[in-house]
Design a protein around this ligand. Structure first.
Ligand code: PGA
Length: 280
């Protein structure tokens, strides 16, 4: 299974979102076979989540109806967990939040809890993005607590790590990434899917992309950590690459050994371009 995630960041109105969904599903329907082994995750701004969830619900309910008929069961015969699995499992795209708070509820103005994301159909949440680490002063310790909250709400966190230009120039990136992973995973276990996104800060939104060899070097390190240090804490392990992914480079990045998917920012805003990336 590959994971291709779209991080819309603070972009798209309701109208633009509608246009995106129409465009994406048109292409999806034409290429449905090529999506069988892929989880497509869309992470819009929080205010669009409920809207997209309800747009997806019509087909989800049709699917639930079909399952009920096939199994000759009534709605009340299904547990909440079963219903969630049937409804969310059938969706062509998965929903994800771009962040969540580490607390369940309370006086945290402007924040959204992991439970709240789950209630509007999210299955994923991006955590520890460098734009939050830098812009909102989030430490790895905070990210670690958010991961715990996400796991409790049964969300799959997409955990972002990656070095600055200065750290890469000093050739300290591998040690830096290993430490970031260690700090963010601290005391967290019981992952269905452990998803790490390697996003070098200097590649995000800049058009600069590490060479395939440079990505492979980090991928080898993370895979080694998955196999040694973090084997027991997750059933499945995934490493995504993010940072200036486009139609023109997605295919070669996806072909790098140990890369299991992509986290796409700017190029995910246009349905057609994102679709082509998903098909690469
Ligand atoms: P970008 O962003 O694709 O626009 O570089 C990636 C990200 O920040 O997740």
């Amino acid at each position: 299974m590959k994971i291709i995630a779209a991080n819309w960041k603070m972009n798209h109105s309701f109208d633009e979102c509608d246009e995106w969904l129409d465009g994406f599903f048109e292409g999806y329907a034409k290429n449905i076979n090529q999506f069988q082994d892929k989880n497509i995750v869309v992470c819009p701004p929080h205010i669009l989540l409920d809207y997209i969830d309800s747009e997806l619900m019509e087909d989800s309910m049709k699917h639930l109806d079909a399952v009920m008929k096939k199994q000759d069961r009534k709605l009340e015969d299904f547990s909440e967990e079963e219903l969630n699995e049937i409804i969310l499992g059938s969706r062509p795209i998965k929903l994800g939040g771009q962040d969540c708070h580490d607390k369940k509820s309370g006086s945290y103005t402007g924040s959204v809890s992991a439970d709240m994301l789950a209630k509007v159909g999210c299955e994923y949440v991006i955590l520890g993005h460098s734009e939050r680490r830098e812009g909102c002063f989030e430490t790895s310790e905070v990210v670690s607590r958010k991961i715990a909250a996400a796991l409790e709400a049964k969300l799959t966190p997409i955990i972002c790590v990656g070095e600055s230009k200065e750290i890469r120039e000093k050739k300290e990136h591998l040690a830096f990434i290993e430490k970031q992973i260690e700090e963010t995973l601290a005391q967290n276990s019981g992952f269905e899917k452990l998803v790490i996104a390697y996003e070098p800060i200097w590649a995000i939104g800049t058009g600069l992309v590490p060479t395939d060899e440079e990505i492979a070097q980090v991928a080898n390190l993370v895979k080694k950590l998955f196999e040694t240090k973090y084997n027991d804490i997750a059933k499945e392990h995934y490493l995504l690459y993010g940072g200036s992914v486009k139609e023109s480079n997605s295919k070669s990045i996806m072909a790098i050994n140990n890369i299991d998917g992509l986290l796409v920012g700017g190029a995910s805003l246009k349905a057609g371009e994102f679709l082509n990336i998903c098909l690469s």
